[in-house]
Each structure stands twice: as structure tokens, then as C-alpha cells.
Ligand binder design. Structure first.
Ligand SMILES: *Cc1c(COP(=O)(O)O)cnc(C)c1O
Length: 365
């Protein structure tokens, strides 16, 4: 990513337009859409906010699934903009079923949109967006909006084939570059809503962004350095092929899950994401000691739990630029840490289980 250290080019200059045009085309490939993908300068939440502020008018209602921190965020955003958010609350680690979404649509037939989270990063749970979107499309006119942050680039996602209307992601997750850019893919159907929507917006006015996109530009100065970076990341993904990228994530994720099982560690999510795995810390192990040894002795950083899961779980990321040996060294460090803290298991069992997965080809998903 040394490209990001090069001198800044001006964003009204033809050089930038060429770059931005290539990035926008590769983004369409990433999201598997022939519609528009807009590049916004913000973290991922900015694109979530842009979705809400651009799709609605005052007094409308929307369904949102709350199964963790990020699903909850959809609710907070809807509330902030005066859209009536109807919460579909599920246990952390669970995912919404097709039946549940259909019941909700029956009870609330006039909702403008349904807000989903494909990979709930706070719990490591995956949502079957394809199935839910198909159900929504079949039984209602509601738009399907997906938080794809941590899912895009890690898990199968086909915006057009699956009939998704808005999908957002951020630069620092599946795209492997520093934070600061957000991407919002939008369907033709959703554009019609944006044109009618009346909520106030300015910086994140998607109509302005669309106008600029037509001239290979952005309305405001973008984080140019990051556009350079994402160009490199997208070219990498394009070269490997998106299916191969999904497959690699599926294999790495499976290796961690199989290793966890071999070590007797429980996975939080019933349908786990391929971007990260959330595991319960064994009851006999002190959470602080666990993190300290893992980090200070072995240089492995894992994320802790959020909200009521603080101190109870840890989350291993296998999103982005990881390979087989990264998984093996992570599991090995995990084993040594657990050993040191007196947790009993068959030494080497996790590594062995992971090796088995990593030496075989796996189907995607
Ligand atoms: C990281 C993340 C976000 C928030 O993104 P920011 O870049 O921190 O604004 C939203 N949703 C999910 C699922 C995430 O993983």
C-alpha cells in the first residue's frame, strides 16, 4: 500500500478522474451490481446515516433487526432522523429467520424499508441476507438495506441477483486499508425513493454524489490518499476473483471454528460469520489475564465483547489480508495462552483441526 505515500493528486484533475473511474467500476464488481456505488469520505457509519437520511421522508416507518451493537445502530439512526423504527430484537448471536421477517411485514405492511446487518461484528453472527431479501421482495414493496461492513469482501453478497437496494461498507474492514472511506451501493429502485425523500441532508446528499459520479468525481474533496489505497485493494480482489476471496474467507473461518471445537471452546453465534469468530472465554479463565498473555506474550490482539458480553467473549478477526499460516499461528498462540492459564485440553488439537481444514478446498459460504 505504498501508493498511499505518493504525492496527493488534485481531485478535479484528470488523473484523479481516471483513478476514481477505475475504483468505481471495481466497486461495482465488489458489490456485484451494475448500478451505482458511491464513495463517501467518512467511516462506515456515515454511509449508514446517508442511507437513512436519503431514503425517507418524515413520518415514515422502517423495520430493523437488532441482534447486536450494529443492528442497534440502525435503530439509533432511524430515531435520530424521526423515522419510526420498528425493532425486531433477537438474542445476541442469533439471526432473524424468514418466517420472522414475514410476520413483521404482515404486522407492519407500510414500512418503507427493512434494515439488516449481514455480519453482526459484535457477535460474529451472519444473517442470510439472500433469503430475507427474497422474502421481503416477494411480499412487500419495502426496500432492503444492508449493513455490509465486515461482510463485503468476506462473504458472498450479490447485490443485483439478491435484489438488495442499498448495501454499505467501510474502507477499514474487508478492504484492508485505513479507516476514512465509506461505500454505498444503491439500486435503481432505491434511487426512485431517494428522489422523493424529503429528510434534510447536505454533506451526504446522494443525488449530488450521483451527479459528480457521472463526471468521475465527488461533490466534496474526498480522502484522496485512501482512494489510492482502495484502488490497490480492489485490483487485488479483482485479480483473485471475488468468488475466490469469499472462498478463502470461508476456509479461514472454518479452520478457526473447527479449532475452537477441538479445544472445547464454544462459538457464540449459531450461524457464524466468515469475517470473524466470537468465542466464549472458558469459565475457568480470567478474561483480563487471557487478553494480557495473548497480547503481551504472543502479540495477538483479539477484540473483547461489547455491551453485556464484555469480559465474557473474545472475537478473532479473519477478515481481509490473512492467510493459512496466520490462522495457525493465531490458534497456536491461543493454545499456549490457555495452557498457561490452566485450561485443560489436548495440546495441539486446535492446530491439528485447523490444518485439516486448510489443506482441503472448501466451498464458499
Ligand atoms: C465497523 C462496523 C460498523 C461501523 O463502522 P465505522 O467505520 O466504525 O463507522 C458498522 N457496522 C458493522 C457491522 C461494523 O463491523
Amino acid at each position: 500500500m505504498l501508493r498511499m505515500a505518493e504525492p496527493i493528486i488534485h481531485h478535479r484533475h484528470v488523473e484523479f478522474k481516471e483513478l476514481f473511474n477505475r475504483v468505481s467500476a471495481n466497486l461495482r464488481y465488489l458489490f456485484q451490481t451494475s448500478s451505482d456505488v458511491l464513495t463517501l469520505t467518512s467511516s462506515g457509519t456515515g454511509a449508514m446515516e446517508a442511507a437513512v437520511s436519503n431514503l425517507h421522508s418524515a413520518g415514515e416507518s422502517a423495520l430493523y433487526v437488532n441482534g447486536g451493537k450494529f443492528g442497534e445502530r440502525w435503530g439509533e439512526l432511524l430515531a435520530a432522523y424521526g423515522v419510526q423504527g420498528i425493532e425486531l430484537k433477537i438474542e445476541w448471536g442469533e439471526a432473524l429467520s424468514t418466517e420472522e421477517i414475514l410476520n413483521a411485514l404482515q404486522a407492519h405492511p407500510t414500512v418503507k424499508a427493512v434494515y439488516l446487518t449481514q455480519s453482526e461484528t459484535s457477535t460474529g453472527a451472519a444473517t442470510d441476507v439472500q433469503a430475507l431479501a427474497a422474502a421481503v421482495r416477494k411480499h412487500s414493496q419495502a426496500l432492503v438495506v444492508v449493513d455490509g461492513i465486515t461482510a463485503v469482501g468476506a462473504m458472498e453478497l450479490r447485490m443485483d441477483d439478491w435484489g438488495l437496494d442499498v448495501v454499505v461498507t467501510g474502507s477499514q474492514k474487508g478492504l484492508m486499508i485505513p479507516p476514512g472511506l465509506a461505500f454505498l451501493a444503491i439500486s435503481r429502485r432505491a434511487w426512485a425513493s431517494v428522489e422523493q425523500a424529503r429528510l434534510p441532508r447536505y454533506y451526504f446528499d446522494l443525488i449530488r454524489a450521483r451527479k459528480s459520479l457521472a463526471s468521475k468525481d465527488t461533490p466534496w474533496t474526498p480522502a484522496i490518499t485512501l482512494v489510492e489505497g482502495v484502488d490497490v485493494a480492489l485490483e487485488m480482489i479483482r485479480k483473485q476473483g471475488i468468488e475466490a476471496v469469499w472462498k478463502r474467507h470461508a476456509r479461514l473461518a472454518r479452520s478457526i471454528r473447527e479449532a475452537a471445537q477441538a479445544l472445547g471452546l464454544k462459538i457464540l453465534a449459531r450461524h457464524p460469520s466468515n469475517a470473524l469468530t466470537a468465542l466464549w472465554i472458558p469459565e475457568s479463565v480470567n478474561a483480563k489475564d487471557f487478553n494480557d498473555v495473548l497480547k503481551n506474550k504472543y502479540g495477538i490482539t483479539v477484540a473483547g465483547g461489547q455491551g453485556h458480553l464484555k469480559g465474557k467473549i473474545f472475537r478473532i478477526s479473519h477478515l481481509g489480508y490473512y492467510d493459512e499460516l496466520d490462522m495457525i499461528s493465531m490458534i497456536s498462540a491461543l493454545e499456549m495462552t490457555l495452557m498457561e492459564l490452566g485450561y485443560r485440553f489436548e495440546a495441539g488439537a486446535g492446530v491439528r483441526a485447523a490444518q485439516k481444514v486448510l489443506t482441503k478446498d472448501e466451498e464458499a459460504r
